[in-house]
Design a protein around this ligand. Sequence first.
Ligand SMILES: C[S@@+](CC[C@H](N)C(=O)[O-])C[C@H]1O[C@@H](n2cnc3c(N)ncnc32)[C@H](O)[C@@H]1O
Length: 245
Amino acid sequence: MNDDGYFDARIAARYDESDAENFDPSVVDPIVDFLVENAGSGRTLELGIGTGRIALPLAQRGVPVHGVELSKAMVARLRAKPGGEDLGVTIGDFATTTVDGSFSLAYLVYNTIMNLTTQAAQVACFRNVAAHLEPGGRFVIEVMIPALRRLPPGETFHVFDGQEDRWGIDEYDVANQGLVSHHVEAVDGTIERSSVPFRYVWPAELDLMAQLAGMTLRERWGGWRREPFTSDSRQHVSVWEKPER
Ligand SMILES: C[S@@+](CC[C@H](N)C(=O)[O-])C[C@H]1O[C@@H](n2cnc3c(N)ncnc32)[C@H](O)[C@@H]1O
């Protein structure tokens, strides 16, 4: 790992292409709609803005977006896109990096809270967000439900993607609430492999982190189209709110 974290130049170069289905309007539009509805009239802050999958279409809807991002390589990809030069981006760790001004909405999508691999860092992230929100401001997280119910007793691997040219396998470390996401992909006749460590986190634990940061749960859904959150949900979209005063 270098200064860009796990999203270095090699990963950044292929991020959009290898994740093309998540750039499809059928995936992006409901996310952007949800964020527009929660943004109010203030500025929004994306933690882990990446190559702008969500930030660029959100900005195109007239919502001011500022990003925090560890990877200069991912930001270089963002900057190369139409509108990418217009967004403010602060390079740094979103658990601790501060940005001038306040925001009506902060958001952290696509399991990225789990990139913080300790509980302390995840708590710090909630506190950092709360410090940036206006009174009444909201924090939206999209994150998976850990797939422990799909792990047979004694097993540690869960296959989440299995295609002709691409495999994804999560390796669980239950004692430490850790998981390593292994990606194996055939690219131009060679096999590319990457393994990224995460700390998985439960909805109730996130609510406690929000409470420690002075925020309360406002809504929890099973997806961006406001599907109900149930025992069978594989992910959740949660909204916490900072008190008005
Ligand atoms: C899965 S990508 C998501 C990018 C973008 N939000 C999207 O939806 O396509 C996660 C991004 O978060 C960034 N990231 C991970 N940990 C970070 C941290 N602690 N501070 C800042 N950025 C981080 C990575 O560099 C990467 O660009």
